[in-house]
Ligand binder design. Structure first.
Ligand code: BDR
Ligand code: CA
Length: 310
């Protein structure tokens, strides 16, 4: 068997993050060294709680979780969440025995990177605040990162004078995204179009519900996920980032240049893509939907939860 890919996963759990956590821990070629939590889809307290709940329900008791930044790096902006009252569509797992580490995401990430005997892949499926914070505090850690996979932005070319689409992770902390895109670390952008294309149809949701207990829970929370781009199903943004780690060949990629631009009309900044300028990242252009779903159901099949799902 080939060696597993060592990964640090940064999340704002979040309904599609919950799918990503499940896939990350169940993909056999990934070795999740640490999960860090970041503000975004709900408060940092809810996010840490939701992440620990998912791990416990998945029977994963040995993956360390460290709580990260509770707000954007420089400027806090108002944003609307589409993940229900607590980021998990109101679902709460009471009496979870799992606890977060008593050190911050910053310190825990720095420690894992420094101790690692090979460069680590980081995957960020939240606003990129924790990643930027790490690069600011420990610039020497950049050399320890193999690549950063970010679920952020759009792969569309924005016509001159037009206002780009305000993708959530980018617009919640554009200053952080600017630090990350300007860093020397190799970057892979999982653009929002992937999660809109590889969405779960209601047939997939039915299949999910009937797979096992964890699938039953996903079905319940999926019903509370209201990404308005996907009118007839469930967006899979963050799961696509994990699929890229596990099976990069299911994506068509392009070299691109991402810069962060600020628009008064949006009250925030966004990642703008240019395919003519010197590339500073790779970006997803297409996803093989069939292969993505095959991987998702393969991971889901491995979930055994003995916990009672209320
Ligand atoms: C991103 O925003 C969040 O709502 C999702 O969890 C995903 O990471 C999609 O734009
Ligand atoms: Ca997310």
């Amino acid at each position: 068997m080939s060696k597993k890919l060592p990964v640090i996963l940064d999340v704002d759990t979040g309904i599609d993050d919950a799918v990503a956590v499940m896939m990350a821990v169940k993909c056999k070629n990934l070795d999740i060294k640490l999960i860090t939590t970041c503000h975004g889809n709900t408060t940092i307290e809810n996010i840490t709680k939701n992440t620990l709940s998912m791990l416990a329900l998945l029977g994963e008791y040995n993956i360390p979780v460290a709580q990260g930044m509770g707000h954007a790096l420089k400027k806090v902006r108002e944003h609307v969440s589409v993940h229900g009252s607590n980021g998990m569509g109101g679902y709460e797992y009471k009496n979870n025995p799992l606890k977060a580490l008593d050190k911050s995401a910053l310190e825990a990430t720095h420690e894992v990177l420094q101790k690692a005997d090979e460069p680590i892949t980081m995957v960020c499926i939240s606003p990129p605040t924790n990643v930027a914070n790490l690069l600011l505090h420990y610039p020497e850690d950049a050399k320890k990162i193999k690549e950063i996979v970010l679920m952020v932005g759009s792969n569309e070319i924005v016509p001159e004078g037009a206002i780009p689409y305000k993708e959530f992770n980018a617009s919640v902390d554009p200053e952080a995204l600017e630090i990350v895109v300007n860093s020397s670390v190799p970057k892979v952008i999982i653009s929002m179009e992937m999660g809109h294309t590889a969405y779960f149809t209601w047939k997939d949701v039915y299949k999910t519900e009937h797979k096992n207990d964890f699938g039953k829970l996903l079905e319940v929370i999926f019903r509370q996920y209201h990404d308005y781009h996907v009118k007839n199903g469930i967006a899979t943004h963050d799961g696509c980032a994990i699929a890229y780690l596990a099976k990069p060949k299911i994506f068509k990629m392009a070299d691109a240049n991402m810069t962060v631009e600020y628009f008064e009309q949006l009250g925030s900044g966004v990642g703008v893509i240019d395919y003519e300028k010197t590339p500073n990242c790779k970006i997803t252009k297409e996803v093989n939907v069939k292969k993505f779903k095959k991987l998702y159901f393969k991971c889901l099949k491995k979930c055994k939860t003995t916990q009672e799902i209320e």
